[in-house]
Design a protein around this ligand. Sequence first.
Ligand code: GDP
Length: 530
Amino acid sequence: MSKYESEINRRRTFAIISHPDAGKTTLTEKFLLYGGAIAQAGQVKGKKNTRAATSDWMEIEKQRGISVTSSVMQFQYEGYCINILDTPGHQDFSEDTYRTLMAADSAVMVIDAAKGVEAQTRKLFKVCAMRDIPIFTFINKMDREARDSFELLEELETELGIETYPVNWPIGCGKDFKGVYDRESQKIIHFTSNGGAKAATATEVALGDPNLDGLIGAVLHQKLTDEIELLDGASAEFDLDRVRHGKLSPVFFGSALTNFGVEPFLEHFLKMTTAPLPRKAGEEVIDSMDEDFSAFVFKIQANMNKAHRDRIAFMRVCSGRFDADKEVYHVQGGKKLRLSRPQQLMAAEREIIEEAYAGDIIGVFDPGIFSIGDTLCAPGKKFKFDPIPTFAPEHFRRVRSLDTMKRKQFLKGMEQIAQEGAIQIFKTPYSGMEEVIVGVVGTLQFDVLEYRLKNEYNVDLYMEGLPYEYLRWIERTDGIEEPVKEEDLNLGTDTKLVEDYKGNQLLLFGSQWAIHWTEDRNKQLKLLEF
Ligand code: GDP
């Protein structure tokens, strides 16, 4: 195998998803700790303090001490080169969170053992499932009182509709969390010391070992024996092919805080997950081993540095090797160019890089030429990677300029920011250009919008909340090509017909219930979520 092939083969690029507070940050940190990227846990999280020190983020981020954007980290572990894509939660949840999932080859879903499947887990899972990427489950916080393990698996299956395969099984929980039983090797990994900031220690004991009673206690031993019997009888067969197609989720138990179960997870995960996957570009399939460089833009970060009004375009390398000296072809722009200041985030530091391989994520300086979904490839090629879907916003506001004389700047700013993909803008069939309806995935984007319009376009905004939460694109099923007319539809009072700036028609709804109501009464329409 050439160096080039082995570089690509050893790459693993995954997103880590969870509901806020399930332990995503802690687990990411422990991955880095085991990878040797950081010497001690506690160095990574830029959540509240360190982030502002390492880069020049937007003022709004500094004020609130949060990160508006999802970040990418690379580290090495046992010969693998691992790229973790973090998906922001809390109030900084945005469309970027979803788009980041487009750049990953698999996802690790962190579940709080006391809480099970939560709202944000469900949303993020749905986007992963749409792409059929492998999803690995880490049931975290086993060092606390946890729900019954069988019940948790059942919840994953019924709530998310994915089959599960427990790769290991917890022995006790809370203070009595003694270890995990590895089903493949039939060994018990008995945790001996709480890791905390350092790696945990553990010993391995075979299931039939006479010392087991002494190690984990007779009661837990008996419980484990019973549960293994139940598991072997009841759970799905392990099938790697189904895992790789996102049909079966391998499940692991552990505690990110104490490091228990983190290493067993990494070991199995890295073996089960794949090297960078091929990507579709219309009729063509671009294999990661293709010699020519290709990448697509999945995120644009505006105004990293206020003084320069610059932007950073984050791209996922899909094939070949990126070389900072080589020219690439920007398909959508129809131009050859050199990507400037390519950078990567290693643990807590940003670094300028000279090369990257398929699977890696790089951020490049963008003078305002890139859009979300754009393809870059070797000069002479012209394919376009399949577009990144537009995700339905969940919060809507009516927005206009406070000063009616600034209509032009207002529209320019709104269109520019919408083009970057931070917000989506709509209009009603009869409204003029004075006001637009803005839809966002996370409400923080309204603050970002307000801030940027004021700072970059000198426009103060008037915003009014609208009572809609759901959006569906309309497809006519009656074969008529023309747009639908409001008077021909049977709509409830909490439903509104709007169109986007490309002329696509959509409906906004106040409730899930209203979607079903509308579907039932307007059979000439198909309502689409993506
Ligand atoms: P995130 O919002 O998903 O990134 O969650 P964090 O990693 O920030 O964790 C949220 C809280 O849960 C923090 O106070 C962590 O210390 C705590 N936490 C994370 N993992 C564990 C765990 O395995 N056990 C316990 N007891 N607490 C944990």
